[in-house]
Design a protein around this ligand. Structure first.
Ligand SMILES: Nc1nc2c([nH]c(=O)n2[C@@H]2O[C@H](COP(=O)(O)OP(=O)(O)OP(=O)(O)O)[C@@H](O)[C@H]2O)c(=O)[nH]1
Ligand SMILES: [Mg+2]
Length: 134
């Protein structure tokens, strides 16, 4: 069983829109919407992994982050620990640097079904208008 530690960014602008990207057709959770992010490497902290992934995938540098939620999720073939960071201050303008389509979606209009199942509690909190726990 694979165990993966994942850091992802909930990039939220002052209009309460969130930047999401669409996963490629040939990877785990193909074609789902996602928060940009990825696997935490062995010598990285979750914060460092987030900064690296956001730079690589969407070309921004987070300036201030807070932990929105940390949760465990069991897929049939893998166990995930997911760190969801809220990012409300950053440098640069996010775009799909790896060719993945990106879009801003109003927080309250997010659709949990469009994301991987692990994201559900997070999507529900965002749709309810909740902010960071700190
Ligand atoms: N990026 C991202 N991954 C998520 C989310 N929700 C979720 O279950 N995942 C899962 O977490 C894992 C993240 O892996 P990833 O494919 O983004 O990792 P990565 O960027 O390091 O990719 P690579 O190793 O192929 O370069 C996948 O198994 C993915 O299905 C999410 O909101 N964002
Ligand atoms: Mg990724």
């Amino acid at each position: 069983m694979k165990t993966l530690q994942i850091a992802v960014g909930i990039i939220r602008n002052p209009q309460d829109e969130i930047f999401v990207t669409r996963r490629a057709a040939d990877v785990h959770m193909a074609n789902r919407l996602e928060f940009p992010g990825g696997k935490i490497e062995p010598l990285e902290t979750p914060e460092q992994a987030l900064a690296r992934e956001l730079r690589e995938e969407v070309g921004i540098t987070p300036l201030e982050i807070s932990l929105f939620e940390k949760l465990e999720y069991q897929f049939p073939d893998r166990h995930l620990t997911l760190w969801f960071w809220l990012v409300e201050r950053w440098e640069g303008e996010p775009w799909g640097r790896e060719g993945q389509p990106g879009q801003w979606i109003a927080q309250r209009a997010l659709d949990a079904e469009a994301f991987p199942p692990a994201n559900k509690p997070v999507i529900n909190r965002l749709m309810a208008g909740q902010s960071a726990t700190g």
